[in-house]
Design a protein around this ligand. Structure first.
Ligand code: BDR
Ligand code: CA
Length: 375
């Protein structure tokens, strides 16, 4: 999000790191105008402790220790936890293996972090949730004012009249904790439009389809040795890149590409969470549509299914702004330029201070943020 006031844009992240969460985090770390207020961790792709350790390790790899990483809920509100190591690798970051960070997990609980940070900076913090919504639902139970105190909220979750990626009708983050998602959407009913969450759901996040050329481009921008992640290479092959950040991201995405291939989607990787981060940072164009959203929690067949009432048939006030259009090409350029520049600045031979991505999309609306009007 482009900052509307003095100082950097503050983002409070809740993640379940996670390959695309890892790219999301590295991307936000690459943006000089973004201040990451804290990182809270939810069980999802892997267990909450592993999420926290992955996040700390990534901070260290990016030369940014000191950002608070707090653990939250280790299980969903009402149903048993399911994790997905087969999708994101045993540690959650694909084939990347990062050393244990020196920084320790915060002594604060994620729910306290949300309440205390948002209350300390009313109207300044954009929440960015790219894992199950458990922590935020718990925070809302204790402090129902949070939606009014946040500057904005971006959620990666759900799918609306679009094939799910966990069950035929449910997306992963909602599927892991459908009760939490239901509580979060309910909490937003009746709020002014500019405060409603911007929901990045599968129908637009699956358009952010990374392919081998994108990995090669990342290495090129980073000034690293040519990097190839190719379908004909042996599964699990590790990068030999001379740039440790490029190597880690390459190792992570190879695993994700193999997973997508396994499910007949091609040798690609959907960068759901990185797209949501670019939305929260106000650096990629998107168009939203108002809807009243609810989540199925009772039916064995449809549990975790997100339903959007776009036409007001339920007679309820809208509680979400669902992203209905985006610009994948601009998003690729944004992510690769920004992350590649960070990798070059951190580990490249000819370090540069140029961190401004070179985007060329005529659709871009610089500085537009999630608290702005729906587009
Ligand atoms: C979401 O599920 C997770 O596996 C990804 O990290 C992303 O947040 C996509 O459905
Ligand atoms: Ca995630």
């Amino acid at each position: 999000m482009g900052s509307t006031g003095p100082g950097p844009a503050r983002i409070l992240m809740d993640i379940d790191t996670g390959i695309d969460d890892a790219w999301e985090l590295v991307y936000l770390l690459s943006r000089p105008e973004i201040h990451i207020q804290a990182i809270t961790c939810t069980a999802g792709n892997v267990g909450a402790r592993q999420v926290a350790l992955n996040s700390l390790a990534l901070l260290e790899l990016c030369g940014r220790p000191g950002i608070e990483v707090a653990m939250g809920a280790e299980v969903p509100l009402q149903i048993p936890l399911v994790t997905t190591e087969e999708t994101h690798g045993p540690q959650g970051i694909g084939y990347a293996v990062l050393p244990l960070a020196q920084q320790e997990i915060s002594s604060r609980h994620a729910v306290d972090v949300w309440i205390e940070e948002v209350r300390a900076h009313p109207g300044e913090i954009t929440g960015l949730i790219t894992g199950p919504l458990t922590n935020f639902a718990l925070a809302l139970r204790r402090d129902p004012e949070l939606p009014r105190l946040l500057k904005g909220l971006v959620i990666m979750g759900g799918c609306f009249y679009y094939q799910g990626n966990t069950t035929p009708t449910a997306e992963w983050n909602v599927s892991v904790d459908p009760h939490a998602a239901k509580e979060v959407f309910a909490a937003y009913t009746g709020l002014p439009e500019h405060q409603l969450p911007v929901v990045c759901a599968l129908e637009t996040t699956e358009r952010i389809e990374f392919c081998p050329d994108h990995v090669a481009e990342l290495a090129r921008i980073a000034g690293a040795a040519p990097e190839q992640v190719l379908p004909q290479q042996p599964e699990g092959m590790r990068s030999t890149s001379d740039n440790p950040l490029v190597a880690a991201l390459s190792d992570s995405i190879r695993c994700y590409m193999e997973f997508h291939r396994l499910y007949d989607q091609g040798y690609i990787a959907h960068m759901h969470d990185a797209f949501a981060a670019a939305v929260a940072a106000g650096r990629t164009p998107y168009r939203t549509r108002l809807a009243s959203v609810d989540v199925e929690v009772d039916s064995a067949l449809l549990i975790g299914t997100t339903v959007a009432d776009y036409r007001g048939l339920w007679g309820k006030a809208p509680n979400a702004r669902i992203v209905v259009d985006n610009d994948p090409q601009q998003c690729f350029t944004e992510l690769l330029n920004s992350i590649g520049t960070l990798a070059r600045n951190l580990y490249g031979e000819s370090k540069s201070t140029d961190t401004e991505p070179k985007t060329d999309s005529s659709l871009r609306r610089p500085g537009a943020g999630v608290s702005g009007t729906a587009r």
